[in-house]
Design a protein around this ligand. Sequence first.
Ligand code: AQP
Length: 344
Amino acid sequence: MTDQAPVAYSGPERVLSGVQPSGALHLGNYLGALVKFTKLQHEMDTFIFVADLHAITVWQEPARLADQVREITAAYLASGLDPEKATIFPQSAVPAHAELAWIFNCVARLGWLDRMTQFKEKSGKHKERSSVGLYTYPVLQAADILLYKATRVPVGDDQRQHLELTRDIAAKFNHDFGAEGYFPLPEALTQGPGSRIMSLRDGSAKMSKSDPSDNSRLNLLDEPDLIAQKIRKAKTDPEPLPETLDELKGRPEAENLIGIYAALDGRSAEQVLAEFAGQGFGAFKPKLADLAVARLGPVGDQMRRLMADPAEIDKVLARGAERAREAAAPTLAEVRRQVGFWGA
Ligand code: AQP
């Protein structure tokens, strides 16, 4: 170990992210992740995986898992990811993720993981019954990212703390193994109006796949009637919409619906308020429903078309897995050498 100042990473910019095949994709996943992936693929080398190793940190029905992987892939393609531009692959098809995660388990400190709020939320009151995988989930996430030396990670706001942990692991690995500048310290791309979509039933809770109430979320595969019905039933308050964002403070449900409108329409929340100020939710909700149906309807339709031909999806995944294995191999070989493994 040395006391010299860290050397900055000087490799190319690369994007990496993924979504777990652990249930129906919703508007939060779409705006917080998928839309960003699609944009970034035109700007730099992009790796997007289906996080099946992460998904099994909680029980997944074995007979359904492969189909769930195909469904997420269909959502990627329907959102505009192009397999000629982005490398799209199942995480479990690249064993180097798990191997690097083990090495990082030996770099990360227990105290770092003890601070992770997502584990606390997901394990709830029965921490001792959670899988060990759920606890070390963010270490696997660090391996996913650093295996490809990704510098940009488009994720929802809820992942910010995990990205900080990835940076800590990268810095400690670089320092401990005398490999300053070897791993980049990746940046979480959490900006943008869609980065924190809240439940339609409770403006203080994240829209989430695991919320028991289906009315809390808009799923990408919901039919137009259901989308409109869920928006009609969304919790609100009796006040009309104000002119400024400041006046929305303390009205989480109203703030969320304005944020959703803005994100779906590619506008700022201020611009949306300028249009609807003074109006009540009776006027605003039908407009929001029309917009949501216009944006999500075609994505759902395209997903259904793609899912009708699983063999085509499998071809995309197999090609992507081959490319990902090739990209991952040099990093893992170098890390094995840095750690000092026999034969490396
Ligand atoms: N509500 C959200 N708003 C914005 N972004 C969100 N993401 C998730 N929920 C929201 C982002 O979607 C990406 C994929 O998420 P994931 O499936 O890998 O994990 P997750 O965060 O656990 O997703 P869910 O839907 O909330 O599932 P559960 O119910 O299991 O917790 C990530 O980039 C995430 O930030």
